[in-house]
Design a protein around this ligand. Structure first.
Ligand code: FMN
Length: 367
């Protein structure tokens, strides 16, 4: 038997977490809107930019469960934008999609300013500058995390882009280039002085890539040193982790990243908890697979054949936590059509143990 999932309706809240909720002072502070310059955001949980993932379709899914959260486009190359006549698909934003930030990367302030103007025309509420990407292709041209080693240019970028657009300009960066070269506090202060209206800090260095554990203690130090909002990023995989991170860092919000892969429910779960003190019932395995079917269908409608190819990895991320999941993932990675993908998922749903059609128990322990 298949279980219908109404994706328009977030799951209902269940019960209050017992202890270890946010401290009263922090809860009070986080109950106010997040002020990014002149933009007020009514959620303290943000969906990160994820290249190859956070397209318009993915954001629609996340927004169903977290309608007030700030979302980011995938990073957009300011250089490519300069040479292209047509706007790239990664810059497409739903007309009613708010709040939305368009993230740009490059090292040239003038290119970034030109790109920022186009982003504002597209409907961006804020412009975010990528100062954290560790990928060689980006850093060898001086963009992404290599700006950590060139704070003068990074500051000039913020000044130039801020002067070019009327919306707030923000930055997302890391702790430093390497463990021997952590400069997050100085770097962040330079960006604030240059006019950045918010800073998101990923608690890893460039040389760590995505390995090891995010070090939230540096985020706490940066938060103490700045007046603009600081958003903590790195290893936010659950409501528990978000609360622990907020307490530890006293940050103004958290940004979810890999925790949302195959799980567009996470931002909404954390947002709901911060607003109500209650845990939203997590989706069942069947509900997750239904969401995968919908994600695949939407991607194909939006991007055609390339959408189906892109959907393969998403499908594999959804297919977890039940007998036969590994085999299903292998098959999903080869799908050539929406029908084939939906059929594979439907077959899995029909044989899934009745237990997995039920909601998992709420996790209440907070570390
Ligand atoms: C597949 C993937 C794509 C990413 N793309 C971007 C991007 O376009 N812009 C950006 O600032 N960070 C990007 N990141 C970094 C994440 O936004 C985030 O900072 C990082 O994953 C740390 O958070 P986590 O430990 O919760 O995953 C990407 C990460 C992954 C795994």
């Amino acid at each position: 038997m298949s279980v219908a999932l109404n994706l328009d309706q977030p799951s209902q809240p269940q019960k209050t977490l017992p202890h270890h909720a946010l401290s009263p002072e922090l809860a009070t502070r986080l109950a106010t809107p997040l002020a990014i310059g002149t933009v007020a955001v009514h959620s303290r949980v943000l969906q990160s930019p994820l290249s190859g993932v956070t397209d318009l379709v993915f954001r629609r899914l996340v927004r169903r469960y977290a309608p007030q959260s700030m979302m980011y486009t995938e990073m957009v190359s300011a250089a490519e934008l300069h040479h292209m006549r047509k706007l790239p698909r990664v810059m497409e934003v739903d007309p009613d999609e708010r709040p939305i930030s368009i993230q740009l990367f490059d090292r040239r302030p003038d290119f970034l300013a030109e790109a920022a103007k186009k982003a504002v025309d597209q409907g961006a509420d804020t412009i975010d500058i990528n100062m954290g990407c560790p990928v060689n292709k980006i850093t060898k041209n001086g963009g992404g995390s290599s700006l950590l080693r060139d704070p003068d240019t990074a500051a000039r970028i913020i000044e130039t882009v801020s002067a070019a657009v009327s919306v707030p300009v923000t930055a997302k960066t890391r702790l430093g280039w390497s463990e021997d070269d952590i400069n997050a506090v100085d770097f962040a202060q330079r960006l604030e002085t240059a006019g950045a209206q918010m800073l998101t800090l990923h608690g890893r260095t460039r040389s760590q890539g995505y390995n090891g554990t995010a070090d939230w203690s540096w985020i706490a130090k940066v938060k103490q040193a700045l007046s603009i909002p600081v958003i903590a990023n790195g290893d936010i995989f659950s409501v528990d982790a978000a609360i622990e991170c907020l307490e530890h860092t006293q940050a103004d919000g958290v940004m979810c990243s890999r925790g949302t892969l195959g799980y567009p429910f996470l931002v909404g779960e954390i947002d709901h908890f911060l607003k109500t003190g209650e845990c939203r019932t997590p989706p069942t395995v069947v509900e997750r697979l239904r969401c995968a079917q919908e994600h695949l269908t939407m991607l194909a409608e939006y991007k055609g054949k390339s959408g189906i190819r892109q959907a393969r990895k998403h499908m594999a991320w959804y297919a977890k936590g039940f007998d036969g999941a590994a085999e299903l993932r292998e098959q999903l990675c080869r799908i050539e059509s929406v029908d084939a993908g939906c059929r594979l998922l439907e077959d899995a749903i029909t044989v899934i143990s009745p237990e997995l059609c039920r909601h998992p128990p709420l996790k209440t322990a907070i570390v």
